[in-house]
Design a protein around this ligand. Sequence first.
Ligand SMILES: Cc1ncc(COP(=O)(O)O)c(C=O)c1O
Length: 371
Amino acid sequence: MIPILQLDTQYSEIQEELESAVLSALRSTAYINGPEVKDFEAEFAEWHGVDGAVGVGSGTEALHLAVRALDLGPEDEVISPAFTFIASAGAIALAGAKPAFCDIEPCLFNIDVEDLRKRINKNTKAIVVVHLFGHPAPMDEILEIAKEHNLVVIEDCAQATGAEYKGRKVGTMGDYGCFSFFPSKNLGGIGDGGMVLAKKPEDLEKIRILKSHGSKVKYYHDMLGTNSRLDTVQAAALRVKLKHLAKWNEQRRRVAARYIENLNGHIQVPGEAKDCKHVFHQFTTRVPNRDEFKKLLEEQGVGSMIYYPVSLHQQGAFKHLGYADDDFPVTRKAQEEVLSLPMFPELTNEQVDEISNKVKSILAQSATVTA
Ligand SMILES: Cc1ncc(COP(=O)(O)O)c(C=O)c1O
C-alpha cells in the first residue's frame, strides 16, 4: 500500500537531531515559554523576511486570534472561500463575527476574485484568504479589492508554508499570516502548533497579548484573552524541521512534476499560476466519477483522500447562515470531483511512476471512470 501520507521516512532522516533537540528541551523542564519558543519565533520570522512572529497553540488558534484582534461584532462579516477546511471560517464565528462565503476558481481551488467582489457589502470587514493545497491565492487582486473597500486581509497559510507569490512568501502580504504546524503540514510539528505574522508591529503585539490571557504584565489583564501557547518541546522540534523545509518543499515539487509529466492528458492535474511557487501540500486531481475511482485505486494499493467532501456553506455548523446548496457552483463541482493522491517529500520516483501507471490503467479499463 502506498499511503496518502507517510511520516516515518522523514522521521528517520532527522531522527538524531530531532531527538537530541526534544530531549534537551525535555530535560530543561522549561516547558512553558522556554527559550526555544523565542528562538523559533525569531527563526520563523527571519525565514519569512519579517521582523517578528508569535507562536500559538494551533493553526486554528492563529486564525481565531487574528480575527479576535479586529474587535468585530455579530453584524460584521468576514469572507472566506466556501471550499476550505472548517477552521478558516470557524475562526470567524468563534471570534464573534459572521462568516460569509465566496466561490473558488476551478483550476487552483483558490478564491475567485470576481465572486469575492460580488459578496462584499457594507458589513464586510475582512477577508480570510486561503492558500489552499499549497498554491498561493491571487494576492495582488485581493489586496487591491481590500484596499478599495478598506478590508483587513488575513492569510490562512496552514497548507502553504514556503509558497511564494511573485517572489513574496505567503503570510507576508496581508495584514496577518496564520500558520499551522499540524504534523501533516509542510512544516509539521510533533503535535499541534501555530504561528502568526502581522504587517504592523502593534497588531503582532495585540496577538501576543490576546494569546496570553489579555495580559502584557503578568496578572494585569487589559483585555479578555485566552491561553494559546506554542510549547517549548514543540518549538524545539520545529526549529530542527525549519532547517529542512526549503529542501522538503523542493522535493514535493519534484514529486508533483513527475506526476504531472506522467498524468497530464489522462486526468486533470494541479496547475501553477505564473509567478507563483506551489508547495504541493496536496496533489489534488479532478475526476468526474471520483468515488468509483477512489475505490479502484484503493483496491490497487494506492491511498487517496477527498479534501473536502462537504463545502463550508453546507456544513451543519453554518446552516443558520442560510446559504442554498448551489450558491457556489464551482465549489459544489469541486467537492464532487477532487481527489488528492499520495504526496510527501520522500515519495520516490518509482512510487510516483507506480501510482501514475495504476491511475492510467484504471482510466483505460474502467467503463465508468473517465477523466
Ligand atoms: C486551510 C486550513 N486552515 C486552518 C487549519 C487549522 O490548523 P490546525 O489543525 O493547526 O488547527 C488547517 C489544518 O488542518 C487547514 O488546512
